[in-house]
Design a protein around this ligand. Structure first.
Ligand SMILES: C[S@@+](CC[C@H](N)C(=O)[O-])C[C@H]1O[C@@H](n2cnc3c(N)ncnc32)[C@H](O)[C@@H]1O
Length: 215
């Protein structure tokens, strides 16, 4: 455990560099990974005109759609890199803390929350999910590490992750549903060397038939 703790400390310092973050993503996940292809396919079906990406990192998920795109992240070096690589009149990346960002006055057709929810404790994750429920018209796509894997290398990489709240499937789904979303589809990918789960969530609205929930 002490070794894992020390390795996580070293990883935290190096990953703070946007360049190194991108480099390790390409090394462990690949330039265009299966998760991004799956997100792109979901977004193609949804055909959103606007997408919000919470905890967008260096902005790579913006390549999954042609919609107007806003990414927010608390790390200014990641946002600078996102703007440098992907920014433009229809793709904006902002330095913002998702816990205090004023979501209220905005509306988006779809939202992404890709490998970021495990950086928040239950109260914080719920607050962000509830805000996303208010402002998202059609779908929220959530990607999270899938810790149930038996594969040692996948387990090691997930244990080195900088997020402190990696949730088993049941806990993750319970939080999402508590915030008012139905999980309509779920897939697990072997992504680079670790497992990632993609959940397609629909905001439940008054009058929806709760019996028609997905798996
Ligand atoms: C594992 S990275 C995922 C980045 C990106 N979504 C991706 O898939 O490449 C988690 C991201 O969450 C961001 N983050 C952590 N706490 C945050 C907060 N309070 N508000 C906004 N972003 C936050 C981190 O800066 C980091 O970029």
């Amino acid at each position: 455990m002490r070794l894992i703790h020390r390795l996580r400390g070293v990883a935290a310092q190096t990953l703070d560099s946007a360049w190194f973050f991108d480099f390790q993503q390409r090394l462990t996940i690949g330039p265009v990974d299966r998760l991004h292809r799956a997100i792109a396919a979901e977004l193609r079906d949804l055909a959103p005109r606007s997408v919000l990406d919470v905890g967008c990192g260096t902005g790579t998920s913006s390549t999954t759609t042609d919609a107007d795109f806003v990414g927010i992240d608390v790390n200014p070096t990641y946002i600078a890199r996102a703007n440098e690589r992907f920014g433009g009149p229809r793709r904006k990346f902002l330095v913002a803390d998702a816990l205090t960002w004023p979501f209220e006055d905005k509306q988006f057709d779809a939202a992404l929350y890709v490998n970021a929810m495990h950086h928040f404790d239950d109260a914080g994750a719920l607050r962000i999910l509830a805000a996303l429920h208010r402002i998202t018209r059609s779908a929220l796509l959530i990607a999270e590490p899938a810790p149930e894997t038996r594969m040692p290398v996948s387990r090691l990489l997930i244990s080195l992750d900088q997020g402190d709240w990696i949730r088993p499937q049941a806990d993750l789904r319970a939080l999402i549903e508590r915030a008012g979303f139905d999980v309509v589809r779920e897939r697990v990918f072997f992504r680079g060397f670790a497992h990632t789960r993609l959940l397609v969530c629909r905001p439940r609205r008054p009058g929806d038939d709760t019996d028609s929930r997905g798996p």
